[in-house]
Design a protein around this ligand. Structure first.
Ligand code: BES
Ligand code: MG
Ligand code: ZN
Length: 466
């Protein structure tokens, strides 16, 4: 979608004018005031809409009125929701060129472009009947700069959603590596199996060994001018999670092409950095592989040695994400970075705890966790801190190795957290985002259609670009 800032609505002529209306206020349009407010008593409650034909009066075919709620309670996030709602309506009436006019003082262009981008998304690559999308959106009141920034965020989310929505037959470890290698202004090194062996990543390699797809360890590096900070971001890249020999029931396996959503988020972020050009050094890391049952699969009872020398008894082959992340975390901690953030569709327990609109966040640094929670809040993503307590490690104790990969089902998201902590160097600030519930939704919700949501992309970008 092309997004353009204009000074006045008189500068554009397009199919629909979208006008924001605050509760208890009039709008700049006489037609709206006369018919919508006075006659039909439209109140302007947040995200309610009213479609008004203009019958040839003025330069627009239709006016779509969108409620903004109370002016004193208005915020960037509310504007984003209102714009998303409007875009959904505009798609229903097949509008292509539209102009948004919201009477606000602050430059909410970033939120506006993100809201429009999220709602305008469809995954119709494999369908003959293509979705209706807006092609061109004009915005009054907002600067081109902030609209452009939001558009980069929205494109990053689109990139991530497209990749995570792809079937596992397409989005293989090799495909992720190929995509990483083609990113602009990003240096990429892909480690093949022999090199991964040499690095001593025995936990990660075990997960991938049952698959016909070769594992690919991907290290991307973006370096802005005079970097003020060094950050490593890691994405869980299980291109398909069948559970392995501890195979999942069919209904749980159905959506497991999404188990590389963390990796897709990292690729979306790395792709956007070359456009946003922040003064930071960012390492994007993905230990990509598939978790499959076969004669060469890793087995319950196997004892694996991770890159930092710690040994792990395989208690359940379906707890594979933490094994791949273990080695990726060791690798990231050796990069001499200030902070490490991993993003993973890690536990069903997190989905049970928080549902599909809030992600879990854990880590060793309250400061980093608080920052990320706030970065999320400011950009419309929710994270809720879950506890990290040494007691959770009790159920990971093994009689034959330093730890097991799973323990009690109770408190599963926290148990996974304390497992990961074993592979993080103490002096590195680390946060773990569990997006198992939020990355991929089975039913449409708010501004999102079913499928991938691009969870964590906005938050990571905001955090990196601060
Ligand atoms: N990829 C799954 C977690 C998941 C569940 C993601 C639901 C998205 C939706 C992960 O690899 C997994 O299988 N976890 C197990 C761990 C268990 C064996 C300790 C789980 O959560 O059931
Ligand atoms: Mg699993
Ligand atoms: Zn998994």
């Amino acid at each position: 979608m092309e997004i353009k800032a204009v000074k006045e609505i008189s500068e554009v002529s397009c199919e629909v004018l979208v006008i924001g209306m605050f509760e208890g206020e009039k709008t700049s349009q006489e037609l709206v005031n006369k018919f919508v407010i006075e006659k039909d008593k439209f109140e302007g409650k947040l995200c309610t809409t009213y479609l008004l034909p203009t019958l040839g009066q003025g330069q627009f075919d239709k006016i779509l009125v969108v409620g903004c709620g109370k002016r004193e309670e208005f915020s960037a996030n509310k504007l984003r929701s209102a714009i998303s709602k409007a875009v959904k309506k505009l798609q229903q009436i097949k509008a292509k060129n539209v102009c948004f006019d919201f009477d606000v003082q602050e430059d909410f262009g970033k939120a506006a472009a993100i809201g429009a981008g999220i709602a305008n998304y469809a995954f119709d690559k494999y369908k003959k009947d293509k979705a209706d999308r807006i092609e061109k959106a004009y915005f009054t009141k907002f600067s081109q700069n902030s609209l452009d920034e939001g558009n980069v965020y929205a494109s990053a989310m689109e990139f991530t959603r497209n990749l995570a929505n792809e079937p596992a037959a397409y989005a293989t470890p090799s495909k992720l590596a190929e995509i990483a290698q083609n990113l602009e202004n990003v240096e990429t090194k892909v480690f093949e199996k022999a090199e991964i062996e040499k690095m001593g990543m025995g936990a990660y390699l075990a997960v991938g060994q049952g698959s016909a797809q070769a594992p690919k360890f991907i290290h991307m590096k973006y370096c802005g001018q005079n970097p003020k900070k060094r950050i490593a971001i890691i994405g869980k890249g299980i291109c398909f999670d069948s559970g392995g020999l501890d195979i999942k029931p069919a209904s749980s396996m159905l959506t497991m092409k999404d188990d590389m959503s963390g990796a897709a988020a990292i690729l979306g972020v790395m792709n956007a950095l070359s456009k946003l050009r922040p003064e930071v050094e960012v390492h994007g890391i993905i230990a990509a592989c598939e978790n499959m049952p076969s004669g060469s699969s890793y087995k319950p009872g196997d004892i694996l040695t991770a890159k930092n020398g710690k040994t792990i008894e395989v208690d359940n082959t379906d707890a594979e994400g933490r094994l791949t992340l273990a080695d990726a975390l060791c690798y990231a901690c050796e990069l001499n970075v200030d902070e490490v953030i991993d993003v993973a569709t890690l536990t069903g327990a997190c989905v049970v705890a928080l549902g599909s609109t809030i992600s879990g966040i854990l880590g060793n640094s309250e400061e980093l966790i608080n920052e990320l929670v706030n970065d999320g809040k400011e950009n419309g993503e929710k994270f809720w801190p879950l506890p990290m307590d040494k007691d959770y490690f009790d159920s990971l104790k093994s009689s034959v190795a330093d730890m097991k990969n799973t323990g009690s089902r109770m408190g599963g998201a926290s148990i996974a957290g304390v497992f990961l902590k074993e592979f993080v160097t103490d002096n590195v600030k680390w946060a773990h985002l569990d997006i198992a519930g939020t990355a991929y939704i089975e039913k449409p919700h708010n501004e999102f259609i079913s499928g991938s949501t691009g969870a964590s992309v906005r938050t990571l970008l905001a955090h990196i670009c601060k």
